[in-house]
Design a protein around this ligand. Structure first.
Ligand SMILES: C[S@@+](CC[C@H](N)C(=O)[O-])C[C@H]1O[C@@H](n2cnc3c(N)ncnc32)[C@H](O)[C@@H]1O
Length: 355
């Protein structure tokens, strides 16, 4: 037991030390805190309640951030750039250690039950060009977003896109996202006609549920102020547009979702950074399921995933690229074709069109 405890503390201390070194420039607040936590066995020990795969620094940080977002006047919260615009210069690391030990019960509850979540609104850049191509070919469109989280990918027909170069698409949009472009994608003159959409997720986040939304916000790093503000605005927009994500599994429930979409318009499945969560045999089953549906009706699928993480997907075989690749798969009269379109930043900040 004692050996187990020592190993746990030793391994976690190493993870926090590595985190501190890796993110010294990109996330100075968490880097400083991680270096301090690495020396604090009492904090490291709290993490023993988390499932083994989740014993990662970002889960501890997200849990504390979640509590602070509900305690915004706490002295520690004053060091979080996303909570206060003028953080003090003093070091937050000791305050962090004291905070998580004081709130140990609440921390353990979160560490034991939560997993880190991402739903990045700038990823909507990935769907603009493929859907413009589809809109011109078979539009209007009905979207089934699989692994939808809070459903923010469903907002893409409502966003403004500030393309550099390329200019602005959707001038009157309540939220505009930016994207640096290289290569020559098919830039549409207007936003795509997506007239119906739904999301599917094994653990959907309801944007109307304050606690669910707070967890999503807590998973954003506090040094990323712009990203945090963008997420808050996207959530407000998702509430406004009544975005819904239904509970369901990628493999078991996608065919039924496509049937529903097809009643409204040409069905387009979108998957972004979700299929890496499935074991290889389930990824194969997902592709088989879309092939089965595609043999019976016209269908399109926009993939934005890493080939290295998802080698079983169309177009990914033989590639060891870690980067996100955008691929368009279409089934027309039973014939499948696969087009590799672009590589892109994992959060959609830039797109390189072409191979
Ligand atoms: C990293 S998030 C990506 C969210 C969103 N697609 C994006 O790009 O921002 C992955 C999501 O996939 C969901 N997920 C994992 N396995 C799934 C499955 N078998 N079926 C449906 N959703 C799943 C998770 O619950 C999580 O919300």
């Amino acid at each position: 037991m004692l050996i187990h405890y020592r190993e746990l503390v030793h391994d976690l201390a190493q993870r926090f030390t590595d985190f501190a070194k890796s993110f010294e420039k990109g996330a100075p607040l968490y880097s400083r805190i991680a270096a301090r936590v690495a020396e604090e066995p009492a904090v490291l020990e709290l993490m023993s309640v988390a499932p083994i795969a989740q014993r990662i620094p970002v889960l501890l940080f997200a849990s504390a951030h979640y509590l602070l977002l509900d305690d915004r006047y706490h002295e520690l919260a004053q060091h979080y750039p996303n909570i206060t615009s003028t953080p003090p210069t003093g070091d937050a690391a000791n305050l962090f250690v004291a905070f998580v030990l004081q709130r140990a019960d609440a921390m353990k509850e979160l560490l034991a039950n939560r997993t880190t979540q991402t739903n990045e609104i700038s990823r909507c850049n990935w769907f603009l060009f493929p859907s413009a191509m589809l809109d011109a070919e078979v539009g209007p469109l009905a979207q089934v977003d699989v692994g939808s989280s809070a459903g923010l990918n469903q907002l893409f027909p409502n966003l403004g896109f500030d393309l550099n170069p390329g200019g602005l698409i959707g001038k009157s949009a309540a939220l505009t996202i930016t994207c640096d472009i290289t290569g020559t994608p098919p830039v549409p003159t207007d936003r795509p006609h997506v007239i119906w959409s739904m999301g599917l997720d094994t653990k959907p986040i309801d944007v109307r549920n304050d606690a669910g939304v707070r967890w999503l916000e807590a998973c954003v790093w506090p040094d990323q102020v712009e990203r945090f503000n963008r997420l808050q605005r996207a959530i407000a927009l998702a509430r406004h547009h009544n975005i819904v994500v239904e509970r369901g599994d990628a493999v078991d429930d996608v065919a039924q979702a496509i049937e529903r979409a097809a009643k409204h318009a040409h069905p387009v499945v979108t998957t972004s950074w979700v299929l890496n969560y499935l074991p290889p045999e389930r990824r194969i089953a997902f592709v088989d399921e879309l092939d089965r549906v595609g043999s019976e009706r016209d269908l399109s699928w926009v993939i934005a995933e890493s080939p290295y993480e998802t080698p079983e997907l169309p177009g990914h075989r033989g590639s060891d690229e870690l980067i996100t690749v955008i691929t368009l798969v279409t089934w027309r009269q039973g014939q499948r074709s696969v087009q590799r379109l672009a590589t892109t930043h994992p959060h959609g900040q830039w797109i390189h069109w072409g191979n």
